[in-house]
Design a protein. Structure first.
Length: 442
């Protein structure tokens, strides 16, 4: 057995594996001998079939299988010993006139080599880490919603100021047919809200979508259509009323505060605002962190320059799946996956250079905290450690769950690292401005 490597360039190499008869002959003989012991061929007792007949019937297939085993084992060992960082798998070079009747064989394999590059987390970028603030407008609106939610609900037939109306938005041409509930105060134009006043259940109101709400994303919700279709949408929609709801707002008193947060946790409107602000900004932080993580990822892909063995990877993609692809299909698949591959390489280098590998103990601890939070949501505030660990063991016995949770742990580690090292701007915004920035409108 002999393996040599020829580096074509920095990203491509060819491995030549030479297999001699001494490497495979004894293995082939052993397999054929086992076949002979169990062969059932008419005219011969079991175990007495001539070896020449066994060789003629099974020899070539056994030879191919044993040589292939030797190739796979030797290739894997070589890659480990030489510490070669490859992309995809070795691709055998096809030889049209290959002679399996010879005693010694030579096989060539193409390799795609991972590129050498550096990752500079401190590099200049356009990333902004948003700190989302729950401003007074949002807090007052939330308190009004709470008062309405816990207030006295009265069903009525005629729309009056301050009512909510439920019904169905329709537009046949655009395929819109969505039931929703509208707070009339959310319309951008007060005249639109007034057009509902005096309407009854069963009445229809025709509305223009352009400028219907101050935030187009609200229009996206009530019409149930995609983000890409909502901007500059200028059509007429019909809203048919099927329910009118009036409400008598709940009093901002201790009874309401206790319903919301438990006895005496909140004792004044000021404390209520503080509590709502605290809870809202915790939720906002999760969204802000996810955007930050996504934006840093995009910046790293943009700023970290390196070449890939593109032609090799396209050839590998053709044969990697269950069904072979054409050159055109492989070209399209490579175009779709190139960005993801680049980030996999970048992420791998960041993990290695910063020692971010996840241990099983870290995974168990993360899963335990997740389980405790989920149990708390269902009223189990103080579960025993035995109960929690029993659930953790069941969860981590599922490989799909292990993969999903490991990705979450790594995301948290990457986020912490990026916050420490990435030279991003910090900007305070309200939630409305954050949503605009998230969709590239800010």
């Amino acid at each position: 057995m002999n393996i040599t490597r020829n580096n074509v360039d920095a990203l491509n190499a060819v491995l030549t594996v030479e297999v001699s008869k001494n490497d495979y002959a004894s293995k082939v003989e052993k397999v054929l001998a086992d076949y002979r012991k169990n062969a059932a061929i008419p005219g011969f007792r079991k175990g007495t079939v001539p070896m020449s007949l066994i060789q003629k019937q099974y020899g070539k297939a056994v030879l191919l299988e044993e040589v292939n085993k030797i190739l796979q084992e030797s290739l894997n060992n070589y890659l480990v010993q030489e510490k070669l960082d490859i992309l995809g798998n070795p691709l055998p070079k096809v030889t049209e006139d290959f002679n399996w009747d010879a005693d010694d064989y030579k096989f060539d394999f193409e390799l795609g080599l991972a590129p050498e590059f550096t990752v500079d987390l401190n590099a200049k970028n356009n990333v902004t880490h948003y700190k989302i603030i729950a401003d007074d407008t949002m807090l007052n609106a939330q308190i009004a919603r709470i008062q309405k939610q816990y207030g006295k609900i009265i069903s009525t037939d005629v729309v009056a100021e301050g009512n909510d109306v439920s019904g169905v938005f329709t537009n046949e041409e655009k395929g819109i047919n969505n039931r929703t509930t509208l707070d009339l105060e959310l319309f951008a134009d007060a005249k639109t809200a007034k057009s509902f006043i005096g309407k009854k259940v069963g009445d229809a109101v025709v509305l223009k979508t352009k400028g219907l709400f101050n935030d187009d994303h609200k229009l996206m919700d009530v019409l149930a259509i995609g983000h890409d279709d909502i901007h500059d949408l200028d059509i007429e929609v019909t809203f048919t009323i099927d329910e009118v709801v009036a409400s008598e707002p709940a009093n901002l008193d201790q009874e309401l505060f206790d319903k919301l947060f438990g006895p005496k946790v909140v004792t004044s409107v000021g404390e209520l605002k503080d509590k709502i602000k605290e809870d809202a900004e915790k939720q906002f932080e999760q969204q802000s962190n996810q955007k930050f993580l996504n934006d840093v990822t995009e910046a790293l892909i943009e700023n970290t320059k390196f070449d890939l063995p593109a032609e090799f990877l396209k050839k590998w993609i053709q044969t990697a799946g269950q069904n072979p692809l054409t050159e055109e299909q492989a070209e399209e698949e490579y175009a779709r996956s190139e960005k993801g591959l680049r980030y996999q390489l970048i992420e791998g280098k960041i993990i290695f250079e910063n020692g971010l590998q996840t241990t099983f103990e870290e995974l168990k601890a993360f899963t335990s905290e997740l389980i405790k939070k989920q149990m708390a949501q269902f009223g189990q505030m103080d579960p025993t450690d035995e109960d929690v660990q029993g659930i953790v063991a069941r969860v981590l016995s599922n490989q799909d769950e292990v993969k999903r949770l490991s990705e979450q742990v790594m995301n948290e580690k990457m986020l912490h690292l990026f916050k420490q090292k990435v030279a991003a701007k910090t900007k305070e915004v309200n939630y409305e401005d954050f949503i605009k920035a998230m969709y590239g409108e800010g």
